[in-house]
Design a protein around this ligand. Structure first.
Ligand SMILES: Cc1cc2nc3c(=O)[nH]c(=O)nc-3n(C[C@H](O)[C@H](O)[C@H](O)COP(=O)(O)OP(=O)(O)OC[C@H]3O[C@@H](n4cnc5c(N)ncnc54)[C@H](O)[C@@H]3O)c2cc1C
Length: 375
């Protein structure tokens, strides 16, 4: 029971909740209380994460002040991590054990990189998510580069591996350090989900700058000082990034909610849980029943207006609207040193202009949503 005042709970201040966070005052005007729960007062924009690692952006340029935005809208920010949901009692359960009741709840808790291959206690191993972890990786790389030629290993070969590789090199070279040795172990093919000409151009851009891509090899184990491949070879590394792809949190499955094959919250076209109509979700943590969506921020961002509308509509008795994922999306990789790789449909563009387009779009996006955290 939540008393007479209705309560909206937003779990995670991720990319799909940005518009709802910016419009909390609209809920408050309807007499609805809004609680936002997140492990950090800030939310980091992943699109600029590799650029922050490489030193192109300062951390303050790529984050949203969630606590401040919530307070300015008239909501309440609770610092904590949600570990489960009790849909029968209509409450979310924090890892501290505290229960927070809701009338309507929306999840935007993202996804994470599996750490199954990491030996317990391994040092200097950094998953590419959460993005804030890249700040500590950057500091560690700079410390290493002061004393030696750093060796950086990357497990996984998707777009984030390519961006991390290019930006680590950029970081070390700009710090005056010696050319780092950077190798990528992609599992199967490097950038396997990209068309051949994009793969070839990115591969060419990275290898021309001395980076190694070991196609056909998988990482079996990661520990302090190196990794073991599927063929038993040991490769040494001072620091390792984990970039083997992401999966949604297991909290929905553990809570007994319907989930997709990737364990994301199974939602209908209204971004609403298929079995509990007061539970919604967006971004990487959902499985969209109509068509599986790539785990890219583009979809989370496109879901903003639908989530905002449907959360308010569910609480006020209005009709819900459906999410249309739209067609192919623009993808631009930041390959470091002011270079990028752009792909949209059959159009591709590589080099400085591609990076400048990404930089422009990302800065404009940040400016739009950071405006809501200023008085
Ligand atoms: C290095 C890198 C670069 C990328 N670049 C791009 C790009 O250029 N373009 C693109 O489209 N996609 C990009 N992606 C993919 C993109 O990161 C994800 O698709 C995007 O972050 C999904 O947004 P989200 O809001 O669902 O999740 P997240 O960004 O992960 O946000 C989840 C939020 O929930 C909070 N949270 C997590 N767990 C809990 C919990 N238990 N309780 C409460 N709160 C919680 C987190 O603190 C965070 O604020 C990139 C990914 C990586 C790793």
């Amino acid at each position: 029971m939540t008393g007479s005042k209705k309560q909206l709970v937003l779990v995670g201040g991720g990319h799909a909740h940005l518009l709802t966070l910016a419009r909390i005052s609209r809920f408050v005007r309807h007499g609805i209380g809004v609680i936002v729960i997140g492990p950090s007062e800030y939310h980091y924009y992943s699109g600029m994460g590799p650029g922050m690692l490489g030193g192109t952006y300062a951390p303050g340029q790529i984050r949203f002040d969630t606590r401040r935005t919530v307070a300015m809208g008239g909501g309440v920010f609770v610092k904590g991590k949600v570990a489960g949901v009790d849909p029968a009692a209509k409450a979310v359960i924090l890892s501290s054990g505290e229960r927070i009741p809701y009338d309507v709840v929306s999840f935007n808790v993202g996804s994470q990189v599996s750490q199954k291959i990491v030996q317990p206690g391994a040092r200097d191993v950094f998953p590419v998510k959460p993005i804030e972890g890249l700040m500590a990786a950057r500091d560690r790389i700079l410390a290493l580069a002061r004393d030696k030629r750093p060796v950086i290993g990357i497990a996984g070969g998707g777009p984030s591996a390519a961006e991390i590789a290019g930006n680590v090199r950029h970081l070390v070279r700009n710090s005056g350090g010696r050319e780092p040795r950077i190798y990528i172990v992609p599992g199967s093919r490097f950038l396997a989900r990209y068309p051949g000409r994009v793969r070839a151009r990115v591969q060419g851009a990275l290898t021309a700058r001395g980076m190694e891509i070991m196609e056909g090899r998988r990482v079996r184990e990661v520990g302090s000082g190196g990794m073991v491949l599927d063929n038993g070879h040991r490769l040494s590394a001072d620091l390792i990034f984990l970039a083997q792809g992401v999966t949604p949190s297991s909290l929905f499955r553990k809570s007994g909610l319907a989930t997709g094959p990737d364990q994301g919250l199974l939602v209908n076209p209204c971004l609403q849980s298929v079995d509990y109509p007061d539970i919604f979700g967006g971004g990487d943590c959902i499985h969209f029943r109509e068509q599986p969506l790539d785990k890219v921020g583009v979809y989370a961002v496109r879901q903003n207006p639908v989530l905002f509308h449907n959360l308010l509509a569910r609480l006020t008795g209005d009709a819900l609207i459906s999410f249309d994922p739209g067609g192919d999306y623009l993808s631009i990789l930041n390959l470091g040193s002011g270079r990028g790789m752009l792909k949209k449909g059959r159009l591709t563009l590589s080099g400085p202009l591609a990076f400048r387009i990404k930089d422009f779009i990302d800065r404009r996006f940040m400016k739009r949503f950071q405006a809501f955290q200023r008085s």
